[in-house]
Write a protein that binds this ligand. Structure first.
Ligand code: MG
Length: 497
């Protein structure tokens, strides 16, 4: 079996390297590539993706995996790795090549149409493309049908082991709790009088950039193995084991760049903390997007929207940006609750409602109970129901996210899953290290990074995401921990605890 194992390892190494080369091409496209480079760039990435796909579905790899699986001497790590890769391979082999081509062609055409629809504020431009993507997604489900709801096949690509059946009650509960918390917040005197003052000041870009680098450094994202660049939408990408890159974006609200950098740095630390010994095999990856997002949300919400964090940073912000407000005012503005129509700018209380809205719509589109042409109407009525506001146009509404134009159905729930996990992790961290907030208040985050590393990062894909959370926190996905955290925090801020 030695020969087969070597072959399987070589394949995985090639696939990892091709993936990393592709990641570098995409990173360059988003950051520095001149506009006219787009045509050859898309051919370059398509070529690499094609080579990778051919490798995944090759008979040579498939046969080696099959031999390994029937042999009895496979155990421990090797067995885990072979089983995991086999699952991916079987999945990929069931999808006909013509479908893969049609899907990528459809998505390539849909992207520019989505952008044009946004520019012209006209959903109708994008609708026929979305229609095609929904049809193809349904077809895709048919190739790898999982038990239960058809949506499960899509969800499983991003959150292995999670199902619509498990998520529906979790999200239904969460929705009820969040709506009731919002009622309390909106009913408070403080809410009625609230206004952003400090955030409206002019924040010097150079100084802000200095803070962005400072927080990355403090979190442990050193320049030797990372970069921060500018893009329209912030993201994280891994180019190699010692090369993880993040991007940021400076917007009107100064907190956007700062907090989104903390968020992306959380993703980057996870990538850097994954097991090095598995650098070139499937066990060295994150087991799901939800757990990836738990790391970014952990740093963004639990740390960087928290009181101890600002005990350290606010005096420095105050001095450097010449702010006149006191600590409590600043802390309240950082955690300003208001019904923002844009998901990526949402506060902690509204954020998961944005996700639940998208989850309900995705289920409807897949089940056929929602028609693409009715999307703006349905989106707006759900916004009215959950947020009490209606988008002024589709750019603020159903055209705001890029995911559907990329054919990524089943992706959105992972944001809420990660958000819930992050609260569970923080609650466990405090149990194990009751004095950690003193460290945070001094701008020291090493212990936290080490704890996350030990409890989450180093497991790679040796366990499913929910099993990692169970190992650390004693239970899997539990929205109650997140809801309790929100109630306590916002009860204090809005004065109804
Ligand atoms: Mg993220």
């Amino acid at each position: 079996m030695k020969k087969e194992m070597k072959l399987v390892e070589d394949y995985q190494k090639d696939l990892t390297l091709i993936g990393q080369a592709n990641a570098l091409l995409s990173w360059d496209e988003e950051t520095y590539m001149p506009e006219k480079g787009v045509e050859s760039r898309s051919e370059q990435t398509a070529l690499l993706s094609g080579i990778a796909h051919d490798k995944v579905i090759s008979n040579e790899l498939f046969n080696a995996l099959r031999k390994l699986r029937i042999s009895k001497d496979l155990k421990g790590k090797e067995k885990l790795m072979v089983d995991k890769l086999y699952k991916d391979v079987v999945k990929a082999r069931k999808v006909p090549k013509e479908f893969v081509k049609e899907f990528s062609k459809t998505v390539a055409l849909a992207g520019p149409k989505w952008r044009e629809a946004r520019r012209k504020k006209d959903f109708k431009i994008f609708a026929p493309h979305l229609q095609k993507i929904v049809e193809l997604s349904k077809k895709q489900i048919g190739y790898n049908r999982l038990p239960g709801h058809p949506y499960n096949s899509l969800l499983d690509d991003y959150e292995e082991g999670m199902t619509a059946e498990k998520l529906k009650p979790v999200f239904a509960d969460l929705k009820k709790e969040l709506v009731s918390l919002l009622k309390k917040i909106e009913g408070s005197e403080k809410y009625k009088k609230q206004k952003l003052v400090l955030m409206k000041k002019e924040f010097d870009g150079k100084i802000l950039e200095g803070f962005v680098y400072d927080v990355c450094e403090r979190m442990g994202l050193k320049k030797e193995f990372s970069r921060v660049d500018l893009t329209e939408h912030p993201f994280t990408t891994k180019i190699g084991v010692g090369d993880v890159r993040i991007t940021t974006n400076y917007r009107e609200n100064p907190m956007f760049a700062f907090l989104s950098t903390v968020h992306e740095a959380g993703h980057a630390l996870y990538e850097l903390g994954l097991p090095k010994k598995d650098e070139y095999n499937v066990l060295g990856d994150a087991p799901s997007l939800g757990i990836h997002e738990s790391q970014s949300r952990f740093w963004e919400n639990m740390i960087a929207r928290g009181k101890p964090f600002w005990k350290y940073y606010y005096p420095r912000f105050k001095k450097n940006f010449k702010l006149s407000g006191d600590f409590d005012e600043w802390y309240k503005e950082v955690n300003f609750v208001h019904p923002d129509k844009i998901r990526v700018e949402a506060d902690e209380v509204h954020y998961c409602l944005h996700i639940i809205l998208r989850f309900e719509i995705e289920l409807g589109l897949i089940e056929g109970s929602i028609k693409v042409k009715d999307l703006p109407k349905i989106w707006n009525s759900k916004m009215k129901e959950l947020f009490g506001v209606v988008p002024k146009d589709d750019v603020e509404g159903c055209l705001q996210d890029v995911h559907w134009s990329m054919g990524s159905f089943g992706y959105f729930p992972t944001y809420a899953i990660g958000t819930i996990y992050s609260a569970q992790l923080y609650s466990q961290l405090i149990k194990e290290h009751p004095h950690i907030e003193e460290q945070i208040g001094k701008g020291k985050f090493d212990k936290i990074r080490e704890w996350l590393n030990e409890n989450v990062h180093k497991h790679g894909s040796y366990y499913l995401a929910d099993d990692i959370i169970k190992k650390v926190c004693g239970e899997g996905l539990n929205p109650k921990v997140y809801v309790d955290y929100l109630n306590e925090k916002y009860g204090k801020i809005y004065g109804f605890d």
